[in-house]
Ligand binder design. Structure first.
Ligand code: ZN
Length: 338
């Protein structure tokens, strides 16, 4: 009787413990037991780790793109050779795939433009926006003064460039710029050129808004981000607002292209809208979302409405105009003396 009571009382405990041991206590064949590190695995060779750092920075996929890179290098060399027959004898040419850079300055100065402006700008834009690297040569013709810039523009493109400092010919993937006035124009045109590889169908309002945002910009302290700043285009925007001649944000975004006679105002409108998005941390998000939906939303209007959670841009437009006025008040405020 006593044994029966003991078995009835203790038995279920043994059964449960037994089942627990069978299912959990022993690692089943499907479950990987956590490996125990041996002493040899715990002691790392610091020299070997250091030696592997550089090697480890080469992405695993690099080998697959070697062929593409060599094709691009060959195309750049060929572009440089052709340029040599078109430019004046004193112009210099350097090849830094995907770029072929030429102009009326020394090779050292061209290389300086490449390392100090072109590369950092491309790196920051790639991080924020672009996923498709150039797969064709991109030519940069950089001139140190107005005269040389104008002569080349006329000689190559029969352009009268009196009213602007640079341009980009999309069909040739070629920038011509006067860099004597600073890097702003080069950054503007470079943004166009790189964006067209990544988002070829971007509408003009966004193409010009983004490019002109970076004509006046600073790098973040770590050099990884480009931050657009206010510039002279604000006057065009304020002037149009004051005269009640600024169209709605929705009309800017919906228009197929920017009309030449409205160019100054509409570039400013688009640029400051990009700055407005940048200040809210929304610009890279909008770019990528828009690029992904551009086939069904070619103007970007629907993507903007979705992003702001609204049916139309009226409330965003009001907010944007208030922000422009506040920005003007901020930039015109005199800097206090220390
Ligand atoms: Zn432009």
């Amino acid at each position: 009787m006593l044994w029966r009571a003991i078995i009835l009382f203790v038995g279920p405990g043994f059964l449960i413990a037994g089942c627990y041991f069978l299912t959990v206590g022993r690692p089943s064949q499907n479950v990987q037991a956590a490996p125990v590190a041996t002493a040899a695995e715990r002691d790392f060779d610091i020299d070997a780790l250091h030696a592997g750092v550089e090697e480890g920075l080469v992405p695993a996929s690099a080998a697959r793109t070697l062929k593409d890179r060599s094709r691009l290098s060959t195309a750049c060399d060929e572009r440089a050779r052709q340029l040599g027959t078109l430019l004046t004898e004193t112009d210099r040419i350097i090849v830094r795939p995907p770029f072929v850079i030429a102009g009326n300055v020394s090779e050292t100065k061209l290389d300086h433009q490449y390392t100090q402006t072109v590369l950092p700008t491309m790196r920051a834009l790639n991080l924020a926006y672009f996923d498709h690297a150039p797969d064709e040569p991109l030519t940069l013709l950089l001139y140190s003064n107005e005269r040389a810039y104008r002569d080349t523009s006329w000689q190559l493109d029969h352009r009268n460039t009196a009213s602007y400092y640079g341009y980009y010919i999309r069909t040739d993937r070629r920038i011509v710029a006067n860099i004597g006035t600073g890097d702003g124009t080069l950054s503007h045109e470079l943004t166009h050129a790189l964006a067209h590889f990544d988002f070829p169908n971007m509408p003009e309002w966004f193409d010009e808004g983004l490019a002109s945002l970076y004509e006046e910009a600073d790098f973040s302290e770590d050099g990884l981000q480009l931050v657009g700043l206010s510039n002279w285009r604000l006057n065009h925007l304020l002037n149009a607002m004051q005269k009640r001649r600024l169209g709605t944000l929705e009309s800017l975004v919906s228009a197929r292209e920017i009309r030449v006679e409205r160019q100054a105002v509409e570039y400013a409108h688009a640029r400051y809208f990009c700055l407005y998005l940048q200040e809210r941390g929304l610009l890279p998000f909008f770019y990528r979302k828009f690029r992904g939906h551009a086939a069904s939303d070619p103007s970007g209007l629907r993507t903007l409405c979705e992003m702001f959670g609204t049916d139309n841009l009226d409330s965003v437009d009001r907010n944007y105009r208030q922000w422009v006025i506040a920005l003007y008040e901020q930039v015109r405020r005199p800097v206090p003396h220390e």
